[in-house]
Design a protein around this ligand. Structure first.
Ligand code: C2E
Ligand code: CA
Ligand code: CA
Length: 708
C-alpha cells in the first residue's frame, strides 16, 4: 500500500522537478542565445573596425600592414581565422592562430555575408578603397568557449537546482507532517479498532481543519458504535437470560425443579440409542405417588406441592450420579438408569428408593405418608425403543398399584394387555354409569350374639354387557383415579338407601346398610350435604346407614375429615373403620374419632388360626373397642374355626363367605328368612358363646351370577 506521505512526496517531486526543469531550461536557452548574439555582435563590431583599418592597406597594397592589422585578432582567442579577399578572389591577407587551419575554406562564406552555427560563427565585411572593387574581410570565430561555459553554467544550475530541490523537499516533508501525521494517527486508531474490536479507542484531534473534523467524526462514530455495542450486549445478555429461562421452562418443572416430560423424552431417546449401540443395559422406572390426590384434595395445593418437592428430593437422593429423575406431570415421576451392570442391581436400587420415599413426613403440622407404586422396564430385555419402554414401565407401575400399591413390579408381557384394559375400562366406566350397567349386591352381616342378620354391606357390581361381572377390585381404582368414583359412589349410596327403605317397609326394619366411601368422595366439599340429601330423598333413616372408610385413609386425613365424620355421626349415621388392622392407627387415636364400628380386616381373620400373636392382638383390640363402646365386626370370615376363635376374642359380628357371599338385592329376603329358620332350629343347641355346629356345613347357595 502506498502511504499518503509517499503520494504527497511524489506529487511534490513531479511538480517541483518539472517546474524547476522548465524554468531552468527556458532561462538557460534564453541566456545561451543572448550570449551567442552578443558574441556575434562583437564579432561584427570588430569586423567593422578592422575593415576600417584595412581600407588603407588594401588601397596601398600594403600586405604586410594588412597582415599586421589582422594579427591584432590574436587578442581574441575565439577567432579561428580571418582573411582579406580581393574582388578577384585572391587572398590579400590571412590570419589564423592555428597553422593547420584551412583558410582556403573561407572562400565559401564570401557570398553569405554572415553565419552562425552550433560551434562557429562568422561575419563578412566590405573593405572599401576608393577606385577599386571592394575587398572582403572574413572573420570566423569559434563558439566552443561559449558553449563550454554554457555547459558549465547548466551544470552549476542543475547542481544548485538540485540543492534547492533537496532543501525544499526537507521543508516540504516537515510541513506536510501537519497533514500526514493526523491522518496516520487516525489510521492507526482505525486499524487498532479493526484488529481488537475495541470501540473505546479515540483518535487524537490535532487541528480544527478537515482532518480534525474527520477525527471528530470518527470519534463520534466510535462513541455511537460503543453505545450501540453496550445496548447490543445488554440485549444479548437479556436475550440469553430469557432463552435460558424459556429453556428451563421448556425442560424443567417449576414445582420440583426436576427436568420435565419434554426433557425426559429427549434424554430417553439418546440413552436408548446408546444402550442399543453399546449393547449396555438401561432401565426406565416409573413412579406414581399412591396418595397424592388425596393429600392435595384434603390439605390443599400448598401441601401438595411440598409433598411433591419432598418426593422429588427423596427420589433424587436415592439415585446414583448420572441417573436422571424427571417429573412427568401430576404425581408421576420417571427415572432413567443408565449403564446397569446387570438387572439385579435395579432391585436393590428400587428397594432403597421405596424405603427413602416412605419415610414419615411432617408438612405444616400434618403427618403425611408418601408411598409410591413403581414400575420398571429394562432395555433391551423388555423393549428397545423409548416409546415401548415408557409404555411398559407405565404398565408395570399399574401392576404395582394393582398389587396393593407401595411396591414395585418389573414389566412382563402380560401387563401390556392389562394396561390397555385399564384405558378401555375408564372409557367404558363412563358409558356404564350413563347406561346403568352397575348393580349393588349386598353381603349379609351376622350377629352371632343375637343370631340375627343385623346388617348388609352394599358392594358395587359392574355387569358389563360383553364381559359379564367385572370385579370392583378392577374398576374401583380406575374410578377413583378418573374421579368417576363420586357419581358412582353417590349412585351406590342412593340405591342402597332406597333398598333399605324398601326392606324396612317389607318388615326388616332393624337392618342397617353399610356403604363404602372412597376418600375422593369424603374430601369433596359437598360430601356431607350430598349424604343428607340422599337420606332425605330416599326417606332412609340415618341410624340405618353405616359409612365405611378405610383405616389408612382416616389416619392420613386428619382433622378436616374427622370433622366431617363427626357431623355425619351427629346426625345419627354410623361410621365404620374398614380394613381395620392394616392402617396402624392406635387405639388412643380412636378415642378421639367419631367411630361406631371397627371392621377387622380379612388378613387378620386369615392369620388368626395360625398366629397366636394375631389372636392376642385381636383380643386386645376387641376388649378396648368394647371399653370405648365401639362395635366390632370381622370380615372375610371363611371357616368355622375363624368364627370360634373370633368369638373367643370377643367378636360376635361376622361377614364372610362362611355365612354369605354378596347377593343381589332380590335374594336378600329369602336369605334372611332361611337364616331365621336355621336359627330357630339351632337355638336349642347353642350355648351363647359358641357358633352353632351347623355353620360348619352350612353354606349359602352360591350366587353364580355374581361371579364368585
Ligand atoms: P371391602 O370394602 O373390604 O369389601 C369387602 C370385600 O371382601 C368384597 O369384595 C367382598 O365380596 C369380599 N368378601 C367378603 N367376604 C369374603 C370372604 O369370606 N372371603 C373373601 N375372599 N372375600 C370376601 P368386592 O365386592 O370385590 O369389593 C372389593 C372392594 O371394592 C371393597 O372392599 C371395597 O373397598 C371396594 N368397593 C366395592 N363396592 C364399593 C363401593 O360402592 N364404593 C367404594 N368406594 N368401594 C367399593
Ligand atoms: Ca367395605
Ligand atoms: Ca374391607
Amino acid at each position: 500500500m502506498r502511504t499518503i506521505t509517499a503520494k504527497l512526496t511524489r506529487i511534490y517531486l513531479v511538480v517541483a522537478v518539472s517546474v524547476l526543469f522548465c524554468a531552468g531550461l527556458i532561462a538557460q536557452l534564453y541566456f545561451y542565445r543572448h550570449v551567442r548574439s552578443i558574441a556575434h555582435n562583437n564579432l561584427n563590431t570588430q569586423a567593422v573596425a578592422l575593415a576600417g583599418n584595412l581600407e588603407a592597406t588594401v588601397a596601398f597594397g600594403d600586405v604586410a600592414f594588412a597582415q599586421q592589422t589582422l594579427k591584432a585578432l590574436q587578442h581574441y582567442p575565439d577567432v579561428r581565422m580571418a582573411a582579406v579577399v580581393m574582388a578577384d578572389g585572391k587572398f590579400f591577407a590571412k590570419y589564423s592562430p592555428d597553422t593547420s587551419a584551412d583558410i582556403e575554406s573561407l572562400r565559401q562564406f564570401l557570398m553569405q555575408g554572415e553565419f552562425i552555427t552550433a560551434n562557429t560563427h562568422g561575419v563578412v565585411q566590405n573593405v572599401i578603397s576608393p577606385g577599386q572593387a571592394p575587398a572582403r574581410l572574413i572573420i570566423v570565430a569559434s563558439l566552443e568557449e561559449i558553449n563550454r561555459e554554457m555547459a558549465m553554467t547548466i551544470g552549476a544550475s542543475v547542481a544548485i537546482g538540485s540543492l534547492i530541490l533537496l532543501v525544499a523537499f526537507i521543508m516540504f516533508r516537515r510541513m506536510s507532517l501537519s497533514v500526514t501525521r493526523p491522518i496516520e494517527v487516525l489510521t492507526a486508531v482505525m486499524r487498532k479498532v479493526e484488529r481488537d474490536g475495541d470501540h473505546s479507542q479515540r483518535a487524537r484531534i490535532f487541528s480544527d481543519d478537515e482532518i480534525g473534523e474527520l477525527a471528530k467524526g470518527f470519534n463520534a462514530m466510535l462513541s455511537a458504535l460503543e453505545r450501540q455495542n453496550v445496548n447490543l450486549n445488554t440485549e444479548l445478555i437479556e436475550r440469553k437470560r430469557i432463552q435460558k429461562k424459556l429453556d428451563r421452562l421448556a425442560h424443567y418443572d417449576t414445582v420440583t425443579h426436576l427436568p420435565n416430560r419434554h426433557y425426559f423424552q429427549e434424554r430417553l431417546k439418546v440413552t436408548v440409542e446408546h444402550s442399543n449401540q453399546l449393547d449396555k443395559l438401561m432401565a426406565v422406572i416409573f413412579v406414581d405417588l399412591d396418595n397424592f390426590k388425596l393429600v392435595n384434595d384434603s390439605y390443599g395445593h400448598h401441601i401438595g406441592d411440598q409433598l411433591l418437592q419432598t418426593a422429588a428430593k427423596r427420589l433424587s437422593d436415592s439415585l446414583r450420579s448420572g441417573d436422571v429423575v424427571c417429573r412427568l406431570g401430576g404425581d408421576e415421576f420417571a427415572i432413567i438408569l443408565e449403564h446397569l451392570p446387570d438387572s439385579q442391581q435395579i432391585e436393590s436400587l428400587i428397594d432403597k428408593l421405596i424405603h427413602n420415599l416412605t419415610q414419615p413426613l411432617r408438612l405444616d403440622d400434618h403427618d403425611v405418608v408418601v408411598t409410591g407404586s413403581v414400575g420398571v422396564a429394562v432395555c433391551p430385555e423388555d423393549a428397545d425403543t423409548p416409546e415401548s419402554l415408557l409404555r411398559f414401565a407405565d404398565a408395570a407401575m399399574y401392576a404395582a398399584k394393582g398389587a396393593g400399591k407401595n411396591t414395585w413390579r418389573r414389566f412382563d408381557p402380560e401387563m401390556a394387555s392389562q394396561s390397555a384394559l385399564r384405558l378401555t375400562l375408564e372409557n367404558q366406566l363412563r358409558v356404564a354409569l350413563a347406561e346403568g350397567q352397575f348393580e349393588v349386591h349386598y353381603q349379609p352381616q351376622i350377629d352371632l350374639s343375637t343370631n340375627e342378620v343385623d346388617g348388609l354391606e352394599a358392594l358395587a357390581r359392574w355387569n358389563h354387557p360383553d364381559r359379564g361381572y367385572i370385579s370392583p377390585l378392577q374398576f374401583i381404582p380406575v374410578a377413583e383415579e378418573s374421579g368417576l368414583i363420586r357419581p358412582l359412589g353417590e349412585w351406590v349410596l342412593r340405591t342402597a338407601c332406597r333398598q333399605i327403605v324398601a326392606w324396612s317397609l317389607a318388615g326388616h326394619d332393624r337392618l342397617k346398610v353399610a356403604v363404602n366411601v372412597s376418600v375422593r368422595q369424603l374430601v369433596h366439599p359437598n360430601f356431607f350435604e350430598m349424604v343428607l340429601a340422599v337420606l332425605a330423598e330416599t326417606g332412609c333413616a340415618a341410624r340405618q346407614l353405616d359409612l365405611e372408610i378405610t383405616e389408612s385413609i382416616l389416619m392420613q386425613h386428619g382433622e378436616k375429615t374427622i370433622a366431617i365424620l363427626q357431623q355425619l355421626r351427629d346426625r345419627g349415621i354410623g361410621i365404620v373403620i374398614d380394613d381395620f388392622g392394616t392402617g396402624y392407627s392406635s387405639m388412643a387415636q380412636l378415642k378421639n374419632m367419631p367411630v361406631t364400628k371397627l371392621k377387622i380386616d380379612k388378613s387378620f381373620v386369615d392369620d388368626i388360626t395360625t398366629s397366636r400373636r394375631d389372636l392376642a392382638i385381636t383380643a386386645s383390640i376387641t376388649s378396648l373397642a368394647h371399653n370405648l363402646q365401639i362395635q366390632i365386626i370381622a370380615e372375610g370370615v371363611e371357616t368355622n374355626q375363624q368364627v370360634l376363635l373370633l368369638r373367643q376374642s370377643g367378636c360376635h359380628d361376622f361377614q364372610g363367605y362362611h355365612f354369605a357371599r354378596p347377593l343381589p338385592a332380590a335374594q336378600i329376603p329369602s336369605f334372611i328368612d332361611g337364616f331365621q329358620r336355621k336359627k330357630v332350629r339351632s337355638n336349642l343347641k347353642t350355648d351363647g358363646n359358641r357358633a352353632p355346629a351347623e355353620w360348619e356345613d352350612w353354606r349359602p347357595p352360591l350366587d353364580r351370577k355374581a361371579g364368585h
